[in-house]
Write a protein of this length. Structure first.
Lengths: 110, 112
């Protein structure tokens, strides 16, 4: 199956920092993109969808670059509670079976 | 809010035992999935189902089977548990034509 690649990290940042993650996908037919957040020993939870025009939800901004086949997640003003693993997800058009990346670990320290 | 529940949070079984993991969702989702998650390997799809009594193999179906007798319930069966099936098992559901999945809390299975 087509892959979704992420830098596993960990990204170690101080509180208040801005941090960005990228993820690349190999299936050019991918149409739907998401970011999930997974806390230690918990289930993944949908953080946000990623739209072609880019979208923002509070401190979180997601962007899509179809030409280069990557999506990004920007977190501004990082909080301690943002510490988690962030999973990048892509699904091809008409498919309800997404492909998950292996996740990027973020550690926000005081 | 979508709610996906799994029958156990922690389970310890012996090698050779038959193991049943149950998953129930309350949002009338058509699609249901079983994954396992291991450190460094990410989420791996075991089986999925898009309708009652329908099932499709995922990437790693060997050693597992599934059952979907009711729309809201999807069971994962380990016919004869082995130590390499020690893992975190996650159930998820989604609407028929949507890729956004909602996960249950997971079952951490240890096979000794």
């Amino acid at each position: 199956r087509k892959e979704v690649e992420q830098d596993p990290g960990p990204f170690n940042v101080p509180e208040g920092a801005t941090v960005a993650f990228n993820c690349t996908y190999s299936n050019s037919a991918s149409q739907s993109f998401f970011w999930y957040r997974q806390d230690c020993r918990k289930e993944p939870k949908l953080l946000m969808s990623v739209y072609s025009s880019g979208n923002e939800d509070g401190r979180f901004t997601a962007q899509l670059n179809r030409a280069s086949q990557y999506i990004s997640l920007l977190i501004r003003d990082s909080k301690l509670s943002d510490s988690a693993t962030y999973l990048c997800v892509a699904a091809s058009g008409g498919s309800y079976i997404p492909t998950f990346g292996r996740g990027t670990s973020l550690i926000v320290h005081p | 809010d979508v709610k996906v529940t799994q029958s156990s949070r922690y389970l310890v079984k012996r090698t050779g035992e038959k193991v049943f993991l149950e998953c129930v969702q309350d949002m009338d989702h058509e699609n249901m999935f079983w994954y396992r998650q291991d450190p460094g390997l990410g989420l791996r799809l075991i089986y999925f189902s898009y309708d009652v009594k329908m099932k499709e193999k995922g990437d790693i179906p060997e050693g597992y089977s599934v059952s979907r007798e009711k729309k809201e319930r999807f069971s994962l069966i380990l016919e004869s548990a082995s130590t390499n099936q020690t893992s975190m098992y996650l159930c998820a559901s989604s609407l028929l034509d949507r890729a956004e999945q909602y996960f249950g809390p997971g079952t951490r299975l240890t096979v000794t």
